[in-house]
Write a protein that binds this ligand. Structure first.
Ligand code: F3S
Length: 760
């Protein structure tokens, strides 16, 4: 019988609460006059916190949802946990897990890389592990595998709702789960039992017919679809697959497809429950979940006659292998046309490296099919012409392919097997074969999901193409971009033409999965958290800092608030809290706050990150002036343009301004997620009643509020503005604060409110 470490050691159920979900769904059905629902709607609406009060309208209604679980990767978990720590809760409201995968480099090979990453990131891993123990969170140690692979092997379940602090969380849609990538603040909502908000998604239906040909794989389905939908085509939508073609795919193949739905901007992607999912659940030691899913099979597929907002049909029999890129995942080219593309673009016909694995493509099936190609080449005496790197997705996959011989096949050809971690997929690839300083183009082919410039090796001259693992592998033996393994030949050891046969490999290992090394720490002691554990954060650390709860509102109108900066034009969360080199400070609010608004354009002087410090008349950077005002106990505010805070759900963009002393922001409009994040951190987001009033207020003006004392939903607020020349004017402002959100503001933050409730 297959063993599952979570099912064995964590007594909290991994089976979704089907009885409750069906009950909720019955309520929603009544409200919606029993109209047929898509699978996405059924799963999402059945997780409503308040089904009896909601009339869900796709693309319009904001839903309050109760996710079943949370998964966090090591980079984004830091701020999520630091925030959770101030909630005062003794354990997370829903089962949660932490996965150490992003902070592991790819350099010398699996064991050495894991060991050296543990040294470099010791304080981060120690912090995460101690927080996991204290709050009853499952902890997956460095070397255990990539978050999405571990989730698929252990936690994903048909009909469940999961939030993950990583954009490829939708990987679990391959097992019929609505799994959504979010920022740390959203994960904190779920962990702290704050209803999680989502606008009712529209649903794109993708009808699959036919069967994949011998060279095509599930990856090619999504590579083709990405070309059709483009990187924005899925925004605000869940992509739901249906049709008889679904049953021809393996569960892990379906996960590859849903994983890369993130590349078209989809909220998530999912497949209906089917026999491949049942087999995979069985093979990974979760027959109990399969049994429960079987009993709820009707719930786990779309209703007859349900309508999609758009339907795309893909005949799997006509899907040919694709190569997407460089630099964007939606530049999609069928393999048969790629040769011409290389010529037309005058690309050097050379492949410097082939990389397989990652969260997208490291299943047993992927590894077996790639190994079958390597074996053919080896038997014919053909050597690798490109560097070839293999990243297993999990310890289970690593141990199983070692037992079944695929690893030996890879290594005998000269491949380097890396740690079970993100490694080269997230820029942790320390490359020595290319001299970056020469600034010369080089091309790599990966089976990963993203190919933004510099993503893999930090080299903007690396052209990164995406393909299925078997195509990457075959092309690495030719060393040429123009090689098409379906039709072209290589020379074997005797100089005779050699043509690859189509790849082959089983979906699941015949002898079952090996569990490998024990890299899992269950919530300790199961299931009760351990309050005696001291969460390790060194006071001298420059990477981690314990968060202090923000001050509650003092019950008065705001007075003498200085306008720090009047922002002109686009101001995304990247402009407010830059990424890149700042990522290492994700767990240290004071240090990362040094990047606050450094990308913002000052409307008063046309310069980026330059503002006047009105206390001394000198120009300085935005964070420097903000810090100076904070040190003088002078509150400050931002005047913002349209769609302020667009981009990601990055909570740092709200935390940082709050930390530096900003109690309110007024904009022409806000990006919704950022507006909510500001509210959660106790910042009052206002919009101009008359958006032309943006013109009337400037940096250095002094603002007093009227109406904050009587803040109520829908009730306007005024700003009394004193200009530098002493003249005064009044600006009418609006807000979108609900009763609950007003309480967050009054308490200083949503977490302060939770803490108060936890203590009472
Ligand atoms: Fe993400 Fe790649 Fe890791 S897509 S989860 S960085 S393997």
């Amino acid at each position: 019988t297959a063993v599952n470490p979570v099912a064995e050691k964590d007594c909290r159920s991994i089976t979704p609460p089907y009885a409750k979900l069906n009950e909720n769904l019955a309520t929603v059905r009544r409200i919606l006059d029993n109209r047929p629902l898509t699978l996405a709607e059924k799963i999402v609406y059945s997780h409503l916190t308040n089904p009896e009060e909601t009339v869900p309208v796709r693309g319009e209604t904001y839903l309050k949802l109760s996710p079943d679980r949370v998964a966090m990767q090591d980079a984004s978990a830091q701020m999520a946990l630091l925030q959770f720590m101030i909630s005062g809760m003794s354990t997370t409201a829903v089962p949660s897990s932490i996965h150490c995968d992003h902070l592991i480099e790819a350099y010398s090979g699996a064991d050495k890389d894991v060991a050296s990453s543990i040294v470099t990131n010791k304080e981060i891993f120690d912090f995460l592990e101690s927080a996991a123990k204290k709050y009853g969170i499952a902890f997956w140690k460095p070397g255990s595998g990539i978050i999405h692979q571990i989730v698929l092997e252990n936690y994903a379940a048909p009909g469940g709702l999961m939030l993950g602090t990583d954009s490829h969380t939708p990987n679990a849609g391959g097992l019929g789960m609505v799994a959504i990538g979010v920022g740390g603040a959203d994960a904190v909502d779920a962990m702290a039992a704050i209803p999680w908000e989502l606008k009712a998604p529209n649903v794109i239906g993708v009808k699959l017919t036919g069967t994949l040909g011998p060279w095509a794989s599930p990856k090619d389905v999504i590579l083709k679809l990405a070309g059709q939908l483009t990187v924005r085509g899925g925004t605000g939508h869940i992509i739901e697959y249906f049709g008889e073609g679904v049953d021809t795919l393996s569960c892990t193949g379906m996960a590859t497809i849903t994983n890369m739905g993130a590349e078209v901007g989809a909220t998530t992607s999912l497949f209906p429950y089917n026999k491949s999912m049942r087999s995979y659940l069985g093979a990974t030691g979760r027959s109990e979940v399969a049994k429960a899913a079987d009993a709820n099979a009707k719930f786990l597929r779309a209703d007859e006659g349900s309508a999609y907002d758009k339907v795309i049909e893909i005949n799997l029999s006509e899907v040919e292998p694709h190569i997407n890129g460089p630099f964007t995942p939606d530049l999609s080219t069928p393999l048969s046309k790629f040769k011409d593309m290389v010529k037309e673009n005058n690309w050097k016909d050379e492949l410097s490296a082939g990389l397989i694995g990652s969260c997208t493509n490291s299943s047993y099936q992927d590894m077996s099919r790639a190994a079958s190609i390597v074996k053919q080449a080896g038997d014919a005496g053909i050597k690798l012409e490109s560097k070839f790197l293999v990243t297993p997705g999990s310890e289970q996959i690593r141990a199983t392919i070692e037992r079944d011989g695929q690893t030996a096949i890879f290594e005998s050809a000269g491949a380097q097997v890396l740690a079970n971690a993100c490694g080269p997929c997230i820029g942790q690839w320390k490359r020595t074969d290319i001299d970056k300083s020469k600034k010369e183009d080089n091309a790599i082919l990966t089976s990963f999901n993203r190919n933004f410039r510099s993503r893999n090796d930090g080299n903007p001259k690396t052209m990164n193409f995406l393909a299925a693992p078997e195509i990457v592998t075959a092309m690495a033996f030719s060393g040429k971009l123009s090689f098409n393994p379906m039709v072209d030949t290589l020379k074997d050891k005797d100089g005779k033409p050699f043509k690859f046969q189509p790849p082959s490999g089983n979906d699941l290992p015949g002898e079952g999965f090996e569990t490998g090394r024990d890299t899992y720490e269950p919530p300790s002691p199961t299931p009760t958290p351990d309050s005696s554990v001291n969460v390790v954060v060194e006071p001298t650390s420059n990477r981690l800092q314990v968060l202090e709860p923000f001050e509650p509102w003092n019950g008065e109108e705001f007075k003498n608030v200085r306008v720090l900066v009047k922002v002109q034009g686009k101001c995304t969360t990247d402009h407010i809290s830059a990424a890149g080199p700042w990522l290492k400070y994700k767990g240290h609010l004071e240090n990362i706050a040094e990047n606050t608004l450094i990308g913002a354009m000052n409307a008063d002087n046309g310069q980026v990150n330059v503002v006047r410090d009105i206390t001394n008349g000198q120009d300085d950077s935005i964070p420097a002036v903000a810090k100076s005002y904070k040190s003088q106990n002078m509150p400050w505010m931002v005047i913002a343009d349209h769609n302020y805070g667009e981009g990601s759900a990055r909570e740092h963009a709200a935390l940082q301004v709050r930390y530096l002393g900003c109690p309110l922001i007024i904009s022409r409009s806000f990006a919704r997620i950022h507006e909510t994040n500001l509210k959660k951190q106790g910042v009052l987001p206002l919009t101009f009643a008359n958006e032309n009033d943006w013109e009337k207020i400037n940096g250095g003006d002094v603002v007093e509020t009227v109406g904050v004392k009587d803040l109520a939903p829908g009730k306007p607020v005024q700003l009394l503005v004193t200009k530098e020349d002493g003249s005064q004017l009044t600006i009418d402002a609006k807000h979108t604060m609900s009763v609950d959100q007003i309480e967050w503001f009054q308490k200083g933050s949503a977490l302060n409110l939770i803490k108060e409730k936890a203590e009472s």
